[in-house]
Design a protein around this ligand. Structure first.
Ligand code: MEV
Length: 437
């Protein structure tokens, strides 16, 4: 029977590492020194990072990169990105540069409502539940006063409460669907705190509600939680140019390029295998800026991918159209992000990212993110229909392989020249290192 450890979270960092070394590694000194090397030498900064998660024993680095020349709604942005995928930033920067001279990207937030749900079972009918909520609406809302006070000052708060009868799907299942405006915060904590306060009040009031007592009706609160499906928090972005301006793209004639690009986008509309990969390319950019700005990329991923199935079939999130000699790419996605709250006020590099972006509002950030997703998508599909993805990918991967093979600075310099027209893989790189010692 495997042994389980009790009280792991209560152990000190040293004790946790001892436990790890004993359990998994022969050489505890090596493990300890690796973990120590990734600690921040500034104790205050390290303390901030330790506070983000339980059982933290070190930091886990990813590259922090910049992509300049992003013209969005006529404003020139430099985009901070966190990603481990080598070609993402290079491809994105190329796309930003390409569109800069053609007017850049335009973007608009179309809607801004976030939703939370109180899931409950009720053994009466919808009308009785509706009447109970209407009769007590004021008290239910009042239970959130302490939580909503500051949010109201910032223009946010609760905007609607709706009762939804789900009894056709599940016996006795009803939902209170509550709409929120969370201003510049992503609002997960705010929404969940409001929902829990409301649930408590509903439970309390329903137990004293005469009509329910007489009729033998009762409400059983099952759970209260925000929804990461945010189809009413939508941002649109697009870029457009004359077809004749699509020049210098891997030697392909502009009309031919436009037609091939549109065909590739159309394939992603009709084929799920391609749609998922096409959307993954979009998320390469979106996740990287979400992480750099301290936003919850898991929430965005869940919401965006579910939105891709809005038409009851998983589809691509972006489109390419050709009309009146204009080439246009566009995207529409749900996005719930924040520029205050969460780790945005704590993580030093997140704060820096927001400064680099000019301290955007959450709506501005939605626009920036949508444009980054679209640019990344354009870059990926452009490569796919021209030189193929591996050329750029392997150029970047070459550095990884050189480091893996312990190349020195001089060997790296020479390898970059040598591999311009050669096959890049682990054995070709290690052979190069061997013969260039
Ligand atoms: C790779 O990370 C992303 C791509 O596969 C996206 C796409 O196929 O559109 C290149």
């Amino acid at each position: 029977m495997p042994k389980k450890i009790i009280g792991f979270s209560k152990l000190s960092r040293e004790e946790k590492i001892d436990w790890l070394s004993e359990k998994i590694f022969d050489d505890s000194n090596q493990v300890r020194s690796l973990l120590d090397n990734y600690l921040n030498s500034n104790k205050d900064i390290q303390a901030i990072h330790d506070s983000f998660s339980e059982n933290s024993i070190s930091n886990f680095y990813l590259p922090y990169s910049l992509s300049p020349n992003f013209l969005i709604n006529n404003k020139n942005y430099t985009i901070p990105l966190v990603t481990e995928e080598s070609s993402v930033v290079a491809a994105l920067s190329n796309a930003a540069k390409f569109w800069f001279d053609k007017g850049g990207f335009k973007s608009k937030v179309e809607s801004f409502t976030k939703r939370g749900q109180i899931h409950l079972s009720f053994n009466g009918d919808k009308e009785a539940l509706k009447e109970f909520i209407n009769n007590n609406r004021e008290y239910i809302l009042k239970s959130t006063d302490n939580i909503t006070k500051n949010m109201k000052k910032r223009g946010g708060g609760i905007s609607a409460i709706n009762i939804i009868d789900k009894t056709n799907d599940l016996k006795n299942y009803f939902q209170l669907s509550i709409d929120f405006d969370t201003s510049d915060s992503m609002g997960a904590n705010f929404i969940n705190s409001c929902l829990e306060a409301m649930s408590k009040k509903i439970d309390e009031l329903s137990k004293q509600y005469d009509f329910f007592i007489k009729s033998g009706y009762s409400i059983n609160i099952i759970m209260s939680i925000l929804s990461n499906y945010t189809p009413d928090c939508i941002v649109e972005a697009h870029a457009e140019c004359d077809i004749k301006d699509l020049i210098d793209i891997e030697g392909i004639e502009s009309k031919e390029f436009a037609k091939k690009m549109k065909y590739a986008f159309d394939i992603a509309k009709v084929d799920i295998n391609r749609a998922v990969t096409h959307n993954k390319g979009i998320m390469n950019g979106i996740d990287a800026i979400l992480i750099a700005t301290g936003n919850d990329f898991r929430a965005a991923e869940a919401g965006i991918h579910s939105y891709a199935s809005l038409n009851s079939k998983y589809e691509s999130l972006s489109e390419c159209t050709i009309l009146d000699n204009k080439f246009r790419i566009s995207i529409k996605i749900p996005l719930s992000v924040g520029t205050v709250g969460g780790i945005t006020d704590l993580h030093p590099l997140v704060k820096l990212s927001l400064q680099i972006l000019g301290s955007p509002s959450s709506k501005d950030l939605m626009s920036i993110i949508a444009c980054v997703g679209l640019a990344q998508n354009f870059a990926a599909v452009r490569s796919l229909i021209t030189s193929g993805i591996q050329k750029g990918h392997m150029k970047m991967h070459l550095i990884n392989l050189l480091i893996k093979n312990n190349a020195n600075e001089d060997q790296i310099k020479r390898a970059k020249k040598y591999f311009v027209d050669k096959e890049i893989n682990n054995s070709s790189v290690s052979e190069f290192i061997e013969s260039n010692k």
